[in-house]
Design a protein around this ligand. Structure first.
Ligand SMILES: NC(=O)c1ccc[n+]([C@@H]2O[C@H](COP(=O)([O-])OP(=O)(O)OC[C@H]3O[C@@H](n4cnc5c(N)ncnc54)[C@H](O)[C@@H]3O)[C@@H](O)[C@H]2O)c1
Length: 329
């Protein structure tokens, strides 16, 4: 197995991480996948994701899984002593805006301190590039659309984007001081097979199939730039192979739609109506997300390919085969 580069991929058992693992393996990398399999949502689902990775890839022999917690600095140092790491793709994080309001310290530990430990290791072991998963939430409540990477991003609405923005800036310091190639990818509302159960797409289908009410914040008059996971992963893999100095790139679809419209598309797929319930918008919610993706197009050759109807159909198919099949309706 000599000659192949090794990517340390954190969060490999999660939603985006599991798809990224398959794509990196099939693109010719060895993947050292790391995850602590935490219980933010069911760890069995994460184990199932790992099993699916090994079935889906043509190269399971290039994959090694390490169960480890990134908050453990000593463990990270040990991993870098024991393995050669050429590139880092850092997806592991506590995601979720609402949960971050409940437990901000957990988000500082997992999203900021853990990133610092990885940055130290990247510097000490001369890693060629560090790709960091950030979020459209760093743009805050701006009404200036579409969101461009040069926008200020200094008013995050909750601890989750605050920790992501802080980690982005720490990455700049390491680029400036040590010449580390640090590429920030700001993901916009990712959905698709293996989607997180706390995210809207999953919750709407749960509510439709299990006869529960779906809260519709502001009557669904909010826009989201939903982006299919396969498009996001194509952007991540492209960024992994490039040394861009310090770069911030939006990965979205660049075509936001209304939340109420998204719910209608889900209803059509399910062949059932959702029971909608008016609800006020949370203070931490953004009214709009809308990515300008011209930089990603230019620097990564990024091009979103999956339209919203097709993306929802794929997600629904996975949901039926996996979630519904395991629960009585
Ligand atoms: N899903 C989205 O719409 C979205 C949007 C913007 C940004 N992101 C970012 O993309 C990345 C992946 O998100 P996802 O939706 O796949 O979430 P996910 O929760 O499915 O995956 C994250 C994984 O990281 C692992 N993890 C968390 N803390 C860890 C720690 N301390 N040590 C080791 N492993 C740890 C978790 O066990 C999980 O498997 C995250 O950084 C998230 O903030 C996601």
């Amino acid at each position: 197995m000599r000659g192949l580069e090794t990517v340390l991929l954190t969060g490999c058992a999660g939603f985006i991480g599991s798809h990224t693992t398959v794509s990196l393996l099939d693109s010719g990398y060895r993947v050292l996948g790391l995850d602590n399999l935490n219980d933010y949502y069911c760890p069995d689902r994460k184990r199932a994701n790992l099993a699916e990775v090994c079935q889906e890839t043509a190269h399971p022999e290039r994959f090694e899984f390490l169960q480890a917690d990134l908050r453990d600095k000593g463990r990270i140092e040990q991993i870098f002593q024991e393995h050669r790491v050429d590139r880092i793709v850092h997806l592991a994080a506590m995601a979720g805006v609402r949960n971050s309001i409940e437990d901000p310290a957990l988000y500082i530990d997992c999203n900021l301190n853990a990133t610092l430990y990885l940055l130290d290791a990247a510097r000490d072991h001369k890693v060629r590039c560090f790709v960091f998963a950030s979020t459209s939430s760093v743009y805050g409540a701006t009404r200036v659309i579409p969101f461009v990477e040069t926008d200020p991003c200094d008013r995050p609405l909750s601890p989750y984007p605050a920790t992501k923005r802080a980690a982005e800036m720490l990455g700049y310091s390491y680029h400036h001081l040590y010449g580390l190639n640090f590429t920030i990818l700001r993901f916009f509302t990712v959905y698709g097979p293996r989607g997180r159960p706390d995210m809207m797409a999953h919750r709407v289908l749960d509510n439709i199939y299990f006869g529960r009410k779906t809260p519709l914040y502001r009557g669904g008059e909010m826009h989201r730039d939903w982006t299919a996971v396969s498009d996001i992963v194509a952007g991540v893999v492209s960024a992994t192979g490039r040394e861009l100095g310090y770069a911030i790139l939006n990965l979205g679809r660049g075509e936001p739609i209304l939340v109420s419209e998204f719910v209608k598309i889900m209803e059509r797929q399910a062949g059932k109506r959702a029971t909608l319930q008016e609800a006020p918008m949370m203070d931490a919610d953004m009214p709009y997300t809308y990515a300008d993706i011209s930089r990603a197009r230019e620097l990564l050759g990024y091009e979103p390919r999956v339209g919203i109807e097709e993306g929802v159909a794929r997600f629904h198919e996975w949901y039926r085969a996996t979630v519904l099949a395991s629960r009585a309706v």
